[in-house]
Design a protein around this ligand. Structure first.
Ligand code: GRF
Length: 199
């Protein structure tokens, strides 16, 4: 499978995925492109250093659909089959979701359906939960609401701040995201092999 990754910032989950493809842990042919909607996203340099092509596609004054259409075109141009959102801070338009049915996934730093959206760790602290964590899920038209693929729990400590909790969850995100993508790529490869075996 060819993977495309969308980022808006730091890109640590993107790095975890790129490195796992590079080491063979994820059985994908390549990360074909990293696309950012922010020209100053720190993740862009990290991707380039790893030899991955990067493209910046800013929203500018366009509609969400126009912006997404350009991203879809860049993904299709490279034959991307699995789109991984990794800190991509925009809600995808319905045509984007429809262009890659069940092939867009996201990582979110809470145990969904609890605490969707932004300021997630502060939401968890304010609610007083003792367990939080992270979720990999399929992307649908609603924010952080698609079918859940995998989750990992992280204990909330009494003296946690949003920052300390975020840092411990982020560590788990990296392994969870790699494992989820590994499973998807493995299943897809087996499916393709059984189809070619049938032919
Ligand atoms: C992560 O916490 C991810 O769960 C959320 O945004 C953050 C992105 O971090 N969607 P990074 O850019 O992958 O370092």
């Amino acid at each position: 499978m060819k993977i495309g990754i969308l980022i808006s910032g730091r890109g640590s989950n993107m790095v975890a995925l790129v490195d796992a493809v590079g080491s063979g842990k994820i059985p994908a042919s390549e990360v074909a492109v990293v696309i950012s909607d922010k020209a100053d996203a720190a993740g862009l340099e990290k991707a380039r250093k790893r030899g991955v092509e990067t493209v910046v596609i800013e929203r500018r004054r366009r509609t969400r659909e126009e912006h997404d259409a350009e991203i879809i075109a860049e993904l299709n141009k490279r034959g991307v089959e699995l789109v991984c959102l990794a800190g991509y801070m925009r809600l995808l338009s319905p045509p984007f979701v429809a262009a890659f049915p069940n092939k867009i996934i996201n990582i979110h730093p809470s145990l969904l359906p609890s605490f969707p959206g932004l300021n997630v760790q502060q939401q968890a602290l304010d609610a007083g939960v003792k367990i939080s964590g992270c979720t990999v899920h399929f992307v649908n038209d609603d924010l952080d609401a698609g079918p859940i693929i995998a989750q990992k729990a992280v204990q909330v400590l009494d003296d946690d701040t949003a920052e300390t909790l975020a840092a411990r969850i982020l560590e788990q995100e990296h392994t969870l995201y790699v494992e989820a993508v590994r499973r998807i790529c493995t299943t897809e490869t087996q499916r393709a092999q059984s189809i070619s075996g049938d032919a």
